[in-house]
Write a protein that binds this ligand. Structure first.
Ligand SMILES: CCCCC/C=C/C(=O)SCCNC(=O)CCNC(=O)[C@H](O)C(C)(C)COP(=O)(O)OP(=O)(O)OC[C@H]1O[C@@H](n2cnc3c(N)ncnc32)[C@H](O)[C@@H]1OP(=O)(O)O
Length: 289
């Protein structure tokens, strides 16, 4: 409840709580964890995640992300968004494990509602979304990219992308799965989901998780040139087509949002699942030492 009120405040207060500047026709607004830069004439915004160290999607980050998208949707001069990261070597580490570990059921429910909200907004956006994947992109990070209309990835074998939930002892929800199937087909999705495959760039391209690989320093310029191509299509026909392709998948969640929140909450609250997350977090720590 408190978060919803904060969200309304942020959205409407805009320039008071966020930072807004106008320099040479370029505008920017920034929340703490999301920076948005727009270039007036081109109608394109660049949205940069900046939640160091790994752009994990904490509740605050999700909220700021959703608000930023909502603002862009409401700005009729914006037709396309390039989604990328300001954290070196990381696109997004996905959902924040600390939001799903050691908390109470009310927190899990609130968190999941916000994950759903961001996904629905991204997946059904009327804007053209191009992701410039400039780093690792596991699980929820991959989810963000999959929501986009086109994915450009840095051709750096150190970076991997995929829905790796099963490696954590958790299960990607049906709407993650639906979008994966829509993108790479049933057989590839079935295998990749069970194995929790994190694809290096060349394999990601081969199965269709991403659309194009470019040298790391070309990711942004390529995303811009892809965007220019998509902008050449009339909005109304592109939007109706996108809606036709994605509506059934989005509706599948919309009609069972509450049940999905309850499923998530009871699943993630299980002792066995909390134990798996604990072990995974420990593994991440040990990797350092
Ligand atoms: C029914 C349930 C369904 C739920 C669906 C779930 C979806 C998800 O998205 S679950 C999250 C899945 N994410 C991952 O598996 C990624 C885990 N992280 C990594 O593999 C790596 O951190 C990396 C490749 C993203 C980056 O590696 P590196 O640059 O070497 O950074 P570190 O591993 O040292 O991490 C730094 C710091 O950040 C913490 N951290 C990493 N990922 C997460 C995360 N997703 N949530 C929260 N915190 C994360 C990591 O533990 C380190 O913390 P400190 O040790 O305190 O510095």
């Amino acid at each position: 409840m408190a978060l919803a009120a904060a969200r309304r405040l942020l959205l409407h207060a805009g320039s008071r709580l966020g930072r807004r500047e106008a320099v040479d026709g370029a505008r920017r607004f920034a929340n703490k964890r999301v920076l948005v830069e727009t270039e007036g004439p081109a109608g394109v915004a660049v949205m940069k995640l900046r939640n160091p160290p790994v752009n994990s999607l904490s509740l605050e980050c999700l909220t700021e992300f959703t608000i930023s998208l909502e603002k862009l949707e409401n700005d009729k001069s914006i037709r396309g968004v390039i989604l990328t990261s300001e954290c070196p070597g990381i696109f997004s580490a996905g959902l924040d494990l600390l939001e799903m570990y050691g908390r109470n059921p009310a927190h899990y429910a609130e968190y999941w509602k916000n994950v759903q909200e961001l996904w629905l907004r991204l997946y059904t956006s009327n804007m053209i979304l191009v992701s410039a994947i400039n780093g690792a992109s596991p699980a929820g990070g991959c989810l963000l990219a999959l929501c986009c209309d086109y994915r450009v990835m840095a051709d750096n074998p150190k970076y991997t992308i995929g829905l790796n939930e099963s490696l954590l002892g958790i299960v990607a929800p049906f709407w993650f799965k639906d979008m994966y199937v829509n993108t790479i087909g049933h057989r590839e999705a079935e295998r990749a989901l069970q194995l929790g495959t994190l694809f290096p760039p060349a394999e990601a391209l081969k199965v269709g998780v991403v659309d194009e690989l470019v040298p790391e320093d070309k990711v942004h310029s390529k995303a811009r040139s892809v965007m220019a191509k998509w902008l050449a299509i009339p909005d109304h026909s592109r939007q109706l087509t996108k809606n036709m392709m994605r509506k059934a998948t989005a509706d599948n969640l919309i009609k069972q949002r509450e049940a999905d929140i309850q499923n998530f909450t009871s699943f993630i609250s299980k002792d066995s699942i909390q134990k798996s997350l604990h072990m995974y977090l420990e593994k991440l720590k040990q990797k350092k030492g």
